[in-house]
Design a protein around this ligand. Structure first.
Ligand SMILES: Nc1ncnc2c1ncn2[C@H]1C[C@H](O)[C@@H](COP(=O)(O)OP(=O)(O)OP(=O)(O)O)O1
Length: 839
């Protein structure tokens, strides 16, 4: 009877293990499907692009291409009845000599009465596309804009060029409102542009009734909806009142509508089309690329970030205007003060300042009385200073759309300008908790983080993908750090590191403990409570490498976010992601692109000496997303480095990772050899005493480790032949891996050496490997719990499983009906059965 139960239990375990393998395979296939789908979409886009390189994309109803390349050419011409007047006013009123790309087509389309969505990078001149038609039409143009400050800026500008424009908003006086409402139905049109907020349209019945009258009199010439992406919840600045603007097209169907935005994906535009009740708008999309902007991402070291920014402002950007974007109002105050202390004319700008103070800062900056505005995102729409030479992000933006728009305030005069973002590990989680309530907040932030973490694609290409554009990296013209420092990348296998760090989070979870990303970093690097330290595999990677790997795992689903709310704050913890279980599969691997640099011999020597290396390192890489970080190098080297850009780079010692991998493999080999000497059930008891030593808690599966590590060793042997660690291998290890043989020959050698061990057949039976994996995972988890609970108890106990574990075992969760002795016996029976089966 007892045997039957044991057999049934053993079979159940086996079935469960097999099911787990199937699930892993399904996850892998799903992952592959996602990759293939994404590739397919890219290829389709390339093909579409080849068929029509023209920018316009017609109606959102895809099958009906309502606007062809020929149509675009037609509207680019200047032989319309209004063309002369348009050209004349362009010169005389706006004092511009020629149109920028797509401006003329947009104006002609609008003058022809077509509904239009105009997607044009920030600063490229969208406003002209409704202001100029307004001057050439009877009646007035209704402009809906999201911010009063933005309207006021526009009014100031229009006043300066003698264009009559007015605004109706909450702060308009009764007298002004009365005059404006009367003017709307005056045939002589005392103003050409009427700016209102969406709230005014939603709330003022009087305004709607006047619009109705004006429409009937033919005086409502067109409707311009500025920042049209605010209609859509998928846009980055959703404004609920924009949702109500559909009333305009429903009430005034014959009035052409132009929606303007700098950043809208096709999905956002489709949403806007629906919300605004526009039947078949023509969408003109100017290439998003701003060739004069140089994009760069630097790794942020909190301690000297402000120093670096100050150095740039006083050096590269001396006497030039710029913006430093920060995360919070407090940061704006602090960073501005810090810059002032370094003799930089900087002032803060944020939403919590008095309107008069804000205007003053804006004015002083526009007139070059101050050099830098240190601002939150409140300093945004309507900022139209042409000669901004740099936009530095002290903290990453919360989305690529935001970043594109904020950085796009640089170089509006088409002159060269820099957009630099400082990418900080902890900033990711600050922002993540800030956007936790937004539906798509996490996804958008992840895209931004991916943009920063990326080191193998042109930064413009990353943005282009985001905005549905097809982009050829070569067109970047080395105007981003990735393209400029190209060909310096190395693909690293970080699988074992991933396993180690995932195990930390898993172990914490098994003890009902949650870890913040910072705690995970610290734990992995051997900091934190002594109890925990003893139980984890401490990494020898640098802080930058650790952070990079954690970010990579988060972006790729091995970790995910776990928010916890208190009345005062939101905490971000790391938990295992949907792909974490894939790491249990021996065949699963994770690679990560890192930048490497072949540096001068002198630099190599410095770095390797300081790292305690006796051999000469071959390559030095740097943390992804890291560009010139002088201090990091200085820290690593323990000495100053010269100012050359190459030497400024914060280097990540790629060989360090390789070295770390190899050291681990070597250690595991020693463990395996130790295990092979044990061939009896008693060994389990002694093994249990080993488990109290934190380093050996994962060693239940003799066979699995052996197979994997032997294979790994082959790879190692092949790829890292000359590495110093190999020379220091123990004689035993050399015996197992004759240096002259290739991987297959090694496998045979392993077979010959270990012919009586189960490992050779484990190679053949993937299911067996998986089953043992499963066993290992279950028992090692339990053993870790034992280890944790019984720390103090064990110190005073004799080694030996039963003596030292009796007490702590009581609180453990074993499968039902399992006693301590049976648990141990089951484990060993299964391992022995496997051996027999194999032999
Ligand atoms: N054809 C042109 N030639 C030269 N300068 C132009 C032309 N058209 C517009 N500009 C200038 C005027 C402004 O100083 C600047 C930006 O114009 P503007 O209409 O404010 O941009 P925009 O509306 O696309 O930016 P934003 O998205 O920030 O609102 O470009």
């Amino acid at each position: 009877m007892a045997n039957n139960i044991d057999d049934a239990q053993a079979e159940l375990d086996s079935v469960e293990a097999e099911l787990e393998v199937v699930e892993l395979q399904i996850s892998e296939l799903l992952e592959k499907q996602t990759k293939l789908n994404s590739r397919k979409n890219k290829l389709l886009k390339i093909l579409e692009g080849a068929c029509s390189s023209a920018q316009p994309s017609g109606s959102s109803k895809a099958p009906k291409p309502s606007f062809s390349k020929q149509d675009l050419q037609h509207y680019e011409e200047s032989d319309f009845s209004w063309s002369k007047e348009v050209q004349a006013k362009l010169c005389s009123v706006f004092q511009l000599s020629k149109f920028r790309p797509l401006q003329q087509a947009a104006i002609n389309l609008s003058m022809s009465g077509k509904d239009l969505f105009l997607v044009m990078p920030t600063g490229r001149g969208k406003s002209l596309c409704y202001q100029l038609p307004a001057l050439c039409s009877k009646g007035f143009t209704l402009v809906i804009a999201p911010l009063v400050s933005l309207m006021e800026d526009q009014l100031m500008y229009l006043k300066s060029i003698n264009v009559s424009a007015v605004t109706l908003n909450a702060s308009s006086t009764k007298e002004d409102s009365k005059q404006i409402l009367a003017g709307m139905i005056d045939k002589n049109s005392p103003f050409k542009l009427l700016y209102v907020t969406p709230e005014k349209i939603a709330k003022s019945k009087l305004l709607m009734s006047k619009l109705e009258k004006a429409y009937n009199m033919g005086l409502l010439a067109r409707i311009a909806v500025d920042e049209v992406h605010c209609c859509s919840q998928w846009g980055h600045d959703f404004r609920p009142d924009y949702k109500l603007l559909g009333i305009l097209k429903r009430q005034f169907p014959n009035v052409p509508l132009v929606g303007l935005t700098a950043t809208a994906t096709s999905n956002v535009l489709k949403d806007c089309q629906k919300i605004l009740c526009v039947q078949e708008p023509i969408t003109l999309t100017a290439p998003f690329n701003r060739p004069n902007l140089y994009y760069e991402v630097r790794f942020k070291d909190n301690e000297d970030c402000t120093d670096q920014i100050a150095a740039l402002i006083r050096g590269r950007y001396k006497n030039q205007s710029g913006i430093v974007y920060v995360f919070s109002q407090k940061d704006a105050e602090v960073v501005a003060t810090d810059l002032q202390k370094r003799d930089i004319l900087a002032q803060p700008y944020h939403a919590n300042m008095e309107p008069s103070d804000k205007s003053l800062v804006h004015q002083r900056w526009s007139s070059k009385k101050i050099q830098v505005v240190v601002a939150t995102v409140a300093f945004g729409m309507g900022i139209d200073k042409a000669d901004v030479r740099f936009v530095i992000h002290h903290t990453i933006s919360k989305s690529i759309e935001n970043y594109y728009q904020e950085s796009g305030r640089a170089g509006r005069d088409d002159g060269p300008a820099d957009c630099i973002v400082f990418f900080g590990f902890m900033d990711i989680f600050r922002i993540s908790t800030m956007v936790v309530m937004e539906n798509t907040g996490q996804q958008k932030l992840q895209n931004m983080v991916a943009y920063c973490q990326n080191v193998d694609r042109c930064r413009r290409a990353m943005m282009a993908i985001h905005f549905d554009e097809v982009w050829n990296d070569e067109e970047c013209n080395q105007m981003c750090d990735v393209c400029r420092h190209g060909n310096d990348y190395i693909t690293m296998d970080i699988t074992q590191h991933a396993r180690d760090v995932v195990e930390i989070v898993e172990m914490a979870a098994s003890m009902d403990e949650k870890l913040t990303p910072l705690k995970v970093c610290e734990a992995w690097m051997g900091k934190g409570p002594a109890k925990r330290r003893k139980m984890i595999k401490v990494t020898s990677l640098s802080r930058l490498e650790v952070e990079s790997i954690i970010i990579h795992l988060l972006l790729h689903g091995y970790f995910s976010e776990d928010f916890s709310f208190t009345p005062y704050t939101t905490y971000f913890y790391l938990k295992l992601g949907r792909k974490a279980s894939l790491l249990k599969n021996g065949g699963h691997s994770i690679t990560m692109k890192m930048r490497r640099r072949v540096v001068s011999h002198a630099t190599v020597k410095k770095v390797s000496e300081s790292a305690g290396e006796k051999s000469s390192a071959k390559v030095e890489g740097k943390r992804p997303a890291d560009s010139d970080n002088k201090k990091s190098v200085a820290k690593k080297d323990g000495q100053a480095v010269d100012t050359q850009e190459e030497a400024e780079t914060a280097l990540i010692d790629v060989s360090n990772i390789e070295r770390h991998n190899k050291t681990k493999i070597y250690k595991n080999h020693q463990n395996i050899e130790k295990r092979l000497a044990q061939n009896h059930i008693e060994s389990l008891a002694s093994e249990a005493s080993e488990y109290v030593k934190p380093t050996s808690v994962f060693e239940v599966d003799v066979e699995v480790n052996l197979v994997q590590e032997q294979n790994c060793a082959c790879e190692e042997e092949k790829g890292l032949k000359n590495a110093p660690e190999q020379q220091s291998s123990s004689p035993k290890r050399r015996r197992k891996q004759p240096p002259t043989q290739n991987c297959a020959a090694n496998a045979n050698q392993v077979k010959a050496d270990l012919v009586s061990t189960p490992s050779e057949v484990s190679i053949i039976s993937a299911a067996a490997v998986e089953e043992l994996h499963h066993l290992r995972s279950y028992y090692s988890k339990q053993l870790r719990r034992i280890n944790y609970i019984s720390q103090e108890h064990l110190q005073s106990s004799q080694p030996g499983m039963l003596t030292c574990m009796r007490e702590p075992f009581k609180s453990l969760r074993f499968p039902s009906r399992t006693t301590i002795a049976r648990g141990a016996r089951n484990l060993w029976t299964r391992v022995s059965m496997r051996r027999k089966l194999i032999q």
